[in-house]
Design a protein around this ligand. Structure first.
Ligand code: ATP
Length: 444
């Protein structure tokens, strides 16, 4: 019996009843297990560039990696296609599903493609050329955009830092009902597991972050460091709706993988995810809606930066920056529109160096040691008490203690991206592909 390694990537699988790609993947795991798949990895949930305009939610794609008897490999795509047709049920115009198969080692070209899709927009034509050149079997519906995510998911084997998410699903027939996740149970879980989990609650807002709000089959998702952490933690969660199925995904969430490119301001392009470095060029102002706007410069180029209202207390950091402060910003690039120029949406910030802040005060009278008054425009200063005049006197600078400290700042968890490396993962890395999987990583 010869076994072949198969990588089955998929993306953009929505259904009129509110399906989602990860849910479809969980059904496919069941189907392929029946076909004899021996699982090489947990399903990989790969988040891609969070700034692209086409995404519906978190721009996630999935790949399944398994071994199968070589003679059965040809059945994978037709069976997946049947399941897909059943899942979509009817022509659904808003979705452009894509599925791709690669066998053996992950093709090198896909590694590069996937890296690009993490921080740039990739044209569909490039994806189509790639599947043609590598002769990869695929399914693509609608405008074929789903191929981009499907290829990118295959092309990211998560060899470096990765995390896990346990996703609990309800029946797809019940997606209009209230999920009813019990808030206390989530806080208790978080308390018990501490740093083994991340981004499941927002402490400052006392909010839970595990429950989505749309009409999709996900009841909740728990993010953590190992499969057993998230599986055990999920045991503590109570919800009104019953779990119909659950599955553990290995993911690039919480790894900051989209922010690895340092880009000069002159090279910034729409929808990029980039790290830019510069000096604050103008102090911030608050505009309608509570957004904070300021400018930075890296010498030849200036750029407008925005810290949006939903980032809450993170805005205060931006309002305390002054001209000359050196900063490194994690940004998503919003293209120019009729209302505003190209804008860098700030999703993380590192203060590299704080400039000295001074206030200017009137000089002191050398005779009576009182502060003098202005003697008129460009006429120096005079002392009200003794009448001393000094036409040459200038205001004096007094240093002010800065309220900010150099270092890393992030929006609160509720305003972070799936890919954001959160504070409690700053020094943590889970490297390498798991050698074997825990016994039970999905049900059914
Ligand atoms: P869901 O949770 O339902 O999967 P989503 O937010 O993940 O929603 P998708 O429905 O997957 O969004 O839509 C994203 C689309 O954008 C997919 O078709 C995907 O192939 C495509 N895409 C992903 N990354 C890029 C990129 N960097 N450049 C261009 N297109 C991309």
């Amino acid at each position: 019996m010869t076994m072949t390694a198969v990588h089955l990537g998929m993306d953009d699988i929505d259904s009129p009843r509110g399906g989602c790609t990860t849910h479809f993947a969980s059904l496919l795991v069941e189907e392929l297990t029946e076909l004899g798949a021996s699982w090489l990895d947990y399903p990989n949930l790969i988040r891609l560039n969070p700034n692209i305009p086409y995404r519906t939610r978190g721009n996630g794609a999935v790949t399944l990696r398994f071994e199968l008897e070589a003679s059965d490999v040809d059945q994978v795509l037709p069976r997946s296609n049947l399941l897909l047709k059943k899942y979509l049920k009817e022509d659904y115009p808003n979705t452009n599903p894509g599925m791709v198969i690669a066998t053996g080692d992950v093709p090198v070209d896909l590694l590069g493609f996937s890296k690009l899709a993490l921080w740039r927009t990739v044209p569909v034509a490039l994806a189509r050329r790639l599947v043609a050149r590598l002769a990869l079997p695929y399914i693509a519906i609608g405008n074929r955009r789903g191929l981009i995510g499907a290829l990118s998911a295959i092309g990211n084997p998560l060899r470096q830092d990765h995390t896990y998410e346990y996703i609990a699903y309800r029946s797809i027939e019940l997606t209009s009902r209230e999920r009813g996740v019990d808030v206390d149970s989530v806080f208790k879980m978080n308390q018990k597991y501490g740093n083994r989990l991340f981004s499941n609650i927002d402490g400052s807002a006392q909010k839970i972050l595990i429950e989505p709000h749309g009409p999709d089959p996900v009841i909740y998702g728990i993010r953590g460091e190992t499969p057993l952490d998230v599986i055990k933690a999920a045991d503590l969660i109570q919800s009104k709706q019953d779990k119909e199925r659950w599955m553990v995904f290995r993911t690039n969430q919480g790894t900051g993988a989209h922010l690895v490119h340092r880009v000069r301001l002159s090279d910034i392009r729409p929808y990029m995810a980039a790290v830019v470095e510069g000096e604050v060029a103008t102090k911030s102002k608050i505009i309608e809606g509570g957004h904070v706007i300021f400018k930075i410069t890296d010498g030849p180029t200036n750029a407008e930066c925005a810290v949006y209202e939903p980032t809450g207390e993170f805005r205060e950091i931006a309002t305390m920056l002054i001209e000359g402060d050196k900063v490194s910003l994690d940004v998503g690039v919003r293209p120019a529109s009729r209302m505003h120029g190209l804008t860098l949406n700030v999703e993380g910030l590192r203060i590299l160096q704080l400039t000295d802040e001074v206030i200017l005060v009137n000089p002191i009278c050398p005779h009576c040691l009182k502060r003098m008054k202005s003697a008129g425009k460009e006429k120096g200063f005079k002392c009200i008490k003794c009448g001393f005049k000094d036409p040459q006197a200038k205001k004096t600078e007094i240093p002010v203690e800065r309220q900010l400290k150099a270092g890393r700042y992030l929006p609160p968890p509720r305003a972070q991206r799936h890919l954001t490396r959160p504070m409690n993962r700053m020094d943590r890395r889970n490297n390498g592909i798991p050698n074997n999987l825990v016994d039970e990583w999905h049900d059914p």
